[in-house]
Design a protein around this ligand. Structure first.
Ligand code: HEC
Ligand code: HEC
Ligand code: HEC
Ligand code: HEC
Ligand code: HEC
Ligand code: HEC
Ligand code: HEC
Ligand code: HEC
Length: 293
């Protein structure tokens, strides 16, 4: 089906205004006047969607009513969204974890149909695009997706990867083979074998020394003298997930330290106190312990 439609598109390209054999109530009738004359704003954008630049009847068809005319609607889309988009684009839901917005066919939740000032016909630049929806909690009986805007705006600390490269430095927009639409591996469990492969996502940008070196003088600020406290918490088969101590998006504390650690249904305070040459924690996992670099 797709190849023949692409062929149609090519024919339309070759014969831009040759619809006269369809005379009657169809679009062909109306092509003697140029849609772009009145809807010029749609075709004069920085990044144009190729079919919109080419011919409006790649997607719109006439209802037979004259256009424009008061309350009657002159044109309708040739098909529903996302079916219309799949005339020409491959359905890309083959990933293990599709983004719900894509699976639901909400293409126009992120893309403009005609053109845009952003790349890839997006409404907004990253991260604003993502935050235009993720400014709320999503809850269903079986899933919960927390409000990310609350974490990255108005919090003292935001993960520098976000202003640096946007949400898509860690996430994929359409879908991913990794959980949570991530671009690489990051475990869901609180305790996992402490191998750098399990936390590959973080080590795309951060030095693995943090996790591998038992002693270090420069690998991390989380050390007592030379004793690497990242290593202390993350070695062997029951390594702690970064997420138990850090909030990956943003937090009200320095170094993205979490305020609370969740254990099942109860939450413990972290009680992290940063100091000039170190810090201290009283997380409930152990009594108050401090470290000095
Ligand atoms: C003489 C000016 C004019 C021309 C030419 C024109 N339009 Fe319109 N069109 C309007 C106005 C006015 C509206 C109503 C306001 C709006 O939605 O922008 C409209 C609305 C629309 C809409 C949304 C409402 C609907 O009817 O579904 C579509 C789609 C549309 N036009 C498509 C087209 C296409 C395709 C062409 C060329 C075949 C075209 N227009 C030519 C003036 C024009
Ligand atoms: C790739 C498919 C596609 C092509 C090609 C296309 N449109 Fe559209 N058009 C849409 C979709 C989808 C909507 C509905 C947008 C929405 O609901 O946000 C739309 C909506 C409109 C509207 C309603 C106002 C608006 O901006 O939402 C107008 C007017 C319109 N199109 C005119 C045109 C004209 C004129 C052309 C040719 C220059 C054209 N379209 C080509 C898909 C297309
Ligand atoms: C009539 C065929 C056709 C339809 C229908 C169509 N597209 Fe396209 N689209 C194209 C073509 C052709 C390109 C250019 C492909 C390229 O450059 O590789 C394109 C490019 C794109 C791009 C990439 C733009 C860029 O700058 O990288 C996006 C995003 C896109 N389309 C989204 C959509 C969405 C969303 C819909 C449904 C509302 C849709 N398309 C419907 C033909 C179509
Ligand atoms: C959550 C936002 C979002 C939604 C929803 C979405 N897209 Fe995209 N899409 C993007 C982004 C961002 C890109 C830029 C490429 C990238 O980095 O993944 C893109 C790229 C594209 C491209 C060009 C590159 C490619 O993959 O071929 C096409 C075509 C496209 N999208 C079509 C669609 C269609 C069709 C739908 C609806 C089924 C859709 N998109 C829904 C965000 C979205
Ligand atoms: C049009 C609205 C919309 C936009 C824009 C949007 N999302 Fe989503 N996103 C959703 C919905 C809906 C869900 C599913 C929420 C649920 O049911 O729990 C979701 C879920 C997610 C999830 C959780 C997936 C999982 O499997 O746990 C991530 C991660 C995500 N989105 C990232 C992004 C990123 C990154 C962007 C920007 C490229 C983005 N979203 C843009 C609507 C959107
Ligand atoms: C440094 C990497 C990184 C960046 C940048 C990033 N995220 Fe995430 N995101 C993650 C990780 C890792 C998870 C999984 C968290 C977990 O395991 O609890 C996640 C989870 C999510 C979820 C699912 C949350 C839930 O409650 O299930 C959403 C939605 C999301 N991110 C949206 C965004 C948005 C929007 C942006 C940009 C403002 C963004 N992310 C930037 C790494 C990142
Ligand atoms: C796309 C690159 C990128 C990825 C992926 C990434 N980060 Fe970062 N992260 C940065 C940058 C840039 C900084 C700021 C400079 C620095 O401290 O290294 C930063 C800083 C941090 C900080 C320290 C904040 C501070 O106050 O200095 C923590 C904690 C952190 N990241 C945790 C993580 C975790 C956990 C992951 C994996 C889920 C991760 N990062 C993935 C780029 C990234
Ligand atoms: C047991 C709690 C804990 C765990 C688990 C943890 N961190 Fe940290 N991390 C900290 C503390 C506390 C600091 C602040 C160190 C300081 O005072 O400079 C820190 C600081 C950082 C920094 C800032 C630079 C530095 O090292 O001082 C980065 C980046 C970082 N952590 C990444 C990670 C990554 C990636 C993971 C998982 C692979 C992780 N952390 C797991 C507690 C933890």
């Amino acid at each position: 089906m797709i190849p023949s439609l692409i062929l149609d598109l090519l024919i339309i390209l070759a014969l831009p205004f040759s619809g006269s054999d369809e005379a009657g109530s169809g679009l062909a009738d109306r092509q003697f006047y140029d849609c772009k004359e009145c809807h010029g704003d749609l075709v004069e954008q920085d990044v144009m969607h190729y079919p919109a630049e080419d011919a409006c009847d790649n997607c719109h068809e006439s209802t037979g009513a004259s256009h424009p005319s008061g309350d009657s609607v002159g044109f309708r889309l040739m098909d529903e969204i996302p079916t219309l988009c799949y005339y020409c684009h491959e359905e890309s839901l083959d990933k293990a974890h599709p983004h719900q917005a894509v699976a639901a066919g909400d293409c126009l939740g992120c893309h403009n149909a005609h053109g845009s000032s952003e790349t890839s016909l997006l409404h907004l630049p990253d991260p604003d695009l993502c935050l235009s929806c993720h400014k709320q909690d999503y809850r269903t009986d079986s899933t919960e997706t927390l409000n990310i805007r609350r974490l990255v705006q108005g919090n003292m600390m935001v993960h520098s990867a976000i202003p640096g490269g946007g949400c898509m430095s860690c996430h994929q927009a359409h879908g991913s083979d990794f959980r949570a639409l991530l671009v690489d591996r990051f475990p869901e469990e609180d305790y996992v074998p402490a191998s750098t492969e399990n936390f590959e996502l973080c080590f795309l940008c951060h030095d693995t020394n943090r996790m591998n070196a038992e002693e270090t003088e420069y690998g991390t600020g989380f050390r007592n003298g030379k004793k690497n406290l990242h290593y202390l918490h993350m070695n062997g088969n029951k390594g702690r997930n970064c997420r138990m101590c850090h909030n990956i998006h943003g937090s009200p504390q320095p170094y993205l330290i979490e305020e609370h650690i969740g254990f099942g249904s109860w939450e413990m305070q972290m009680n992290f106190v940063p100091e000039e040459q170190g810090g201290s924690c009283l997380p409930g996992c152990h009594g108050k312990l401090s470290y000095q670099r």
